[in-house]
Write a protein that binds this ligand. Structure first.
Ligand code: 4GS
Length: 245
């Protein structure tokens, strides 16, 4: 997947795109992340990229011209098939695992990071295919949201993670939260690992983990628990749980 990021702070992406799993995916040419400094496209001699809002009010608004020229520059590198242009903003559709899964199938994405009070609406009207929010809170810029999106979308591209099993089993992809994890030692300062995990009985372990997933979801995120979507076995495990709570 090819990702172009338009930002006033390209340096924020440097350690991000060279570290950890994403760094490996970039090194292996499974993902490319190219940043473009919007300021490089500012036409006036002061290299301004923001201006006062029409109608008055606090803060500054990112101007049309630098952003428009930056977007056109990136789009010019593509043929007939233009990538989706995504603007990170609290007004967008909230990013979920299912939206991330859809986006992971795109060959290319262009991400716009706003700063200040936002960007001139005419950019959104003319170029933006999709507005995406990472949650209902306000940040100082769209860079962290862009990194959140890149992280959760690229790890779903086949080959980016070591094993696809870790994608299948984890929180949210199955609509449930994860079960608790333990590693050595078996007893630490008097706290023991649940016995079933040391039993070697894989069927029992699987059953225990599934029940713990259901328990975590029921107690921590009941809004995620879609009872109608549960298998008969899950319903049994849930019933068993609810009887002990
Ligand atoms: C978000 C968010 C955000 C809004 C950017 C105020 C600077 C800021 N972007 N999800 N202007 N939440 N953006 O807070 O995506």
């Amino acid at each position: 997947m090819k990702i172009d990021v338009l930002t006033l702070f390209p340096e924020m992406f440097e350690t991000f795109r060279t570290s950890s799993i994403l760094g490996r995916a970039v090194a292996n040419n499974m993902v490319s992340i190219q940043t473009h400094n919007i300021r490089d496209f500012a036409a006036n001699k002061h290299k301004n990229t923001d201006d006062y809002p029409y109608g008055g009010g606090a803060g500054m608004v990112m101007m049309v011209q630098p952003l428009s020229d930056a977007i056109k520059h990136v789009l010019a590198g593509y043929g007939e098939e233009k990538p989706k242009v995504i603007y990170l903003s609290p007004q967008g559709k909230v990013l979920t695992q299912s939206l991330a899964q859809q986006l992971s199938k795109e060959p290319a994405l262009i991400l716009l990071c706003g700063h200040y009070e936002g960007i001139d609406q005419r950019i959104i009207d003319r170029y933006v295919d999709m507005e995406i929010s990472i949650g209902d809170y306000v940040l100082t810029g769209g860079e962290l949201p862009a990194m959140v999106l890149i992280d959760c979308v690229t790890r779903l591209i086949p080959g980016v993670l070591g094993s696809s099993q870790s994608i299948l089993e984890e929180s949210h992809s199955a609509g449930l939260l994860e079960y608790p994890q333990y590693t050595r030692p078996a007893v630490y300062d008097g706290d023991a690992v649940p016995e079933v995990l040391l039993s070697g009985n894989h069927k029992e372990i699987e059953r225990w983990r599934r029940q713990q997933s259901l328990k975590n979801t029921l107690l921590k995120r009941p809004d995620l628990l879609d009872r109608d979507a549960l298998s008969d076995e899950d319903k049994k495990l849930l019933k068993e749980l609810e009887d002990t709570l």
